[in-house]
Design a protein around this ligand. Structure first.
Ligand code: IVH
Length: 693
């Protein structure tokens, strides 16, 4: 056979596409293939070859395009032609009976009437809406806020069970939306997490999060590698839909080759609904996908229309939520675990037990008070359940099963990771490792250190930090300044150019301000504003690092809690050693305006908000100026705001200021109010000071 001419090629391509989609449906939806894999592969290859020699005939809906499209920068907004509603919840049989009674009342039926309902699984996935025009898939979107979602068509096309070309002759309207759920099976979820574990990537907490992360992938080839599934249960159109009941809708979807939410069962009256929901409670965990309840719908579409909706939920449907599953097991140990924020959390290590689809051997006890309140002891038999169906927690102790040998848990006084003091501040439930340089906190600490408002190291993101710490290249902040080009270039996802860029950004960050450095250290209770106050009052790092608690708390705006935290930080020889190493690395900054220059009563102690366009300085410079003179810069207007400086284009913040009767002025007025308008390039005065004192 020779090469078909263009007309012939187009026809054969169209024929192959329909054929392949037909076999996709047989294989992926019906699980009943008609041809052998190699025959399917041959059809697929023929289509690929034809498309390769006729690239102008390639369309997004071709089966060959299901492997993913080129990555995009962001998703386009996708307005829904019909809002995507949410469901009201029922938690027990009585809630279901009330729902039934309400339906009857609204429909003017007597209490004896019997309503026909459908009952189907509530899949714990993500709601999606697919748009079809003239029998072709044109767009798929997430739920978003129910009115507008995100166009994730490229990712949805990778799901082979979703038909891109529909069979003819079903009487479907020319344009409609199909609603359903995308999700990952428990098996696929476990496979993805195992793979991520090997690659050192953070694990997904549950299949739903994994599905959400997949459907929002900007690179659809990633989505193509994860086997997303979809099931559909609804169809919406301005045109006539050839169905008069919910069950017929499901049948119509099935004939149109959509994977449907099976089984959709019929129930005559609410007592049958109650029975079906109760049965499902015991059977759902055997399914290979997460189901968090059952959806009950009035079967007749005419009655559905009559019932209508109330505040974003239909009156004709309700979600019956399963009570969380529980399991009984034994506490072997209680260990203190240090989290990324330094919180020290007691965790029960237990005899492994199967719960809600996974084997559980650890459960959080949250904090010391919780351990006391529940009186959990080492050796106890306990009931556990999954909070929000994700994190296992101990609900209750089986006190009757105690032998008397159980032991109480005591919070360690020292951090199990670094040996620093574990401190629980007054009024707080959480105990923390007080050493800000504790390695358990290093990764979050570095993220903060590098952030824009701290040392501003562009390109030093979480993925890079993860590798730097895991490979032992960075053990504290100062190590960043010892990194070499070779070390950076050797990291994953780091091309030569970006290694050079990162190195330059690290170098550039050495020129900073004392306030930024103090903020970057991540001292507890020291946010940006407090760092500014400390820097401007102390004037030099030398004074700050040797200040006593009393000295610190005598500063306006520095309370006893902050003073204790700051003094405690600098009292630690490890912190002093770190500062010495940062100094030695060559950090320099411009000296902050000293306290004596802060008599500016116009700014000191007041809160300013800048809005609209500023002519003489950037917003950041204006905010720095306010802070350097003892004022506060906020981003939103509230009753605590003293003054709003508004430039051209100011909008809602200005309106709010007027509404609250807050002083409003222009940028020029603001500048003229300052005794000596600053040089816009250098608001705090250029006193170059080296850290090497
Ligand atoms: S019907 C008018 N049926 O649950 C509302 N929803 O809480 C139409 N869901 O946004 C929803 N399984 O994403 C329906 N069998 C099912 C469902 C289901 C899961 C999701 C859906 C919806 C949410 C409502």
């Amino acid at each position: 056979m020779g090469q078909p001419d263009d007309g012939g090629a187009a026809a054969r391509i169209e024929q192959l596409r329909r054929l392949i989609e037909y076999h996709n449906h047989r294989y992926y939806v019906l699980d009943a293939p008609e041809i052998a894999d190699h025959e399917y592969d041959a059809l697929f290859r023929e289509l690929q070859d034809l498309e390769a020699s006729h690239p102008e005939l390639v369309t997004p809906n071709s089966p060959t395009q299901r492997v993913g499209a080129p990555p995009v920068e962001s998703f386009a907004p996708a307005p829904h032609a019909f809002p995507m509603l949410s469901l009201a919840n029922a938690f027990d049989a009585n809630d279901l009976r009330e729902f039934d009674a309400r339906c009857k009342r609204m429909l003017g039926m007597g209490p004896e009437a019997i309503i026909e309902y459908t009952v189907e699984a509530k899949i714990d996935g993500l709601g999606i809406s697919l748009t079809y025009e003239q029998g072709h898939f044109v767009r798929g979107a997430t739920r978003g806020d129910g009115t507008t979602g995100e166009d994730v068509s490229a990712n949805l096309r990778t799901i082979r069970a979703i038909p891109t070309i529909l069979p003819d002759g079903l009487g479907l309207p020319s344009s409609f939306e199909v609603r359903g759920e995308v999700f990952l099976s428990k098996t696929e979820f476990a496979r993805i997490n195992a793979e991520r574990g090997i690659e050192g990537l953070p694990l997904f907490a549950n299949p739903r999060n994994a599905a959400a992360g997949t459907i929002r992938q900007l690179d659809s080839s990633v989505a193509a590698r994860r086997r997303l599934q979809a099931r559909f249960y609804d169809i919406r159109s301005d045109g006539r839909i050839p169905a008069s009941t919910q069950l017929e809708v499901v049948e119509l979807l099935r004939s149109a080759h959509f994977p449907t939410n099976d089984p959709t069962q019929m129930a005559l009256g609410v007592e049958e609904v109650v029975r079906l929901c109760g049965e499902a409670e015991h059977t759902h965990s055997a399914l290979d996908f997460a189901v968090d309840g059952m959806v009950v719908k009035v079967n007749s579409l005419a009655l559905q229309a009559e019932l209508g909706q109330v505040s974003r939920s239909p009156r004709w449907a309700i979600a019956y939520k399963f009570p969380p599953e529980r399991a009984r097991t034994r506490v072997l140990r209680i260990v203190a675990q240090v989290g990324r924020t330094g919180a020290v959390t007691p965790v029960a290590e237990m005899e492994p037990v199967f719960l809600d689809g996974s084997t559980v051997s650890r459960a959080t006890l949250h904090n010391e008070d919780e351990v006391r309140r529940k009186d959990v002891r080492i050796g106890d038999f306990v009931w556990i359940q999954k909070a929000g169906d994700i994190i296992p927690e101990v609900v209750e102790v089986d006190v009757a099963a105690r032998s008397g040998d159980e032991q109480e848990f005591a919070m360690p006084a020292e951090c199990p990771v670094c040996g620093g003091a574990v401190v629980r501040e007054e009024g707080e439930a959480v105990a923390r490792c007080s050493n800000p340089l504790c390695v358990a906190k290093l990764k979050t600490g570095l993220q903060h250190f590098a952030s824009r408002r701290a040392m501003d190291i562009d390109g030093l993101g979480p993925a890079i930090i993860e590798q730097l710490v895991d490979r032992g290249l960075v053990r504290d902040f100062a190590d960043l300044y010892q990194l070499t080009h070779e070390q950076l270039a050797g990291l994953d996802r780091m091309a030569g150019k970006s290694a050079a860029n990162l190195l330059a950004a690290i170098e550039a960050s050495k020129r900073t301000s004392l306030a930024r450095l103090v903020f970057a250290l991540g001292i507890r209770h020291v946010g940006e504003h407090v760092a500014d106050v400390l820097a401007s009052h102390m004037g030099s790092l030398e004074r700050l690092r040797s200040a006593t608690e009393d000295e610190l708390s005598s500063i306006h705006e520095i309370g006893p809690q902050i003073a204790a935290s700051v003094a405690g930080f600098f009292a630690d020889p490890r912190a002093q050693a770190l500062l010495d190493r940062l100094v030695a690395a060559g950090l320099t900054w411009e000296e902050a305006r000293s306290t004596s220059n802060m008599e500016d009563a116009f700014i000191a102690g007041k809160t300013f908000v800048f809005t609209g366009k500023l002519e003489h300085m950037t917003r950041e410079e204006a905010e720095a100026l306010v802070r350097s003179r003892g004022g506060r810069a906020a981003s939103s207007v509230s009753a605590k705001t003293h003054c709003v400086v508004a430039g051209p284009g100011a909008g809602s913040k200005l309106d709010k200021a007027r509404e609250l009767g807050i002083e409003v002025m222009s940028e020029d007025e603001f500048l003229s109010k300052l005794g000596s308008p600053p040089d816009a390039d250098n608001p705090t005065g250029p006193h170059q000071q080296s850290l090497a004192f």
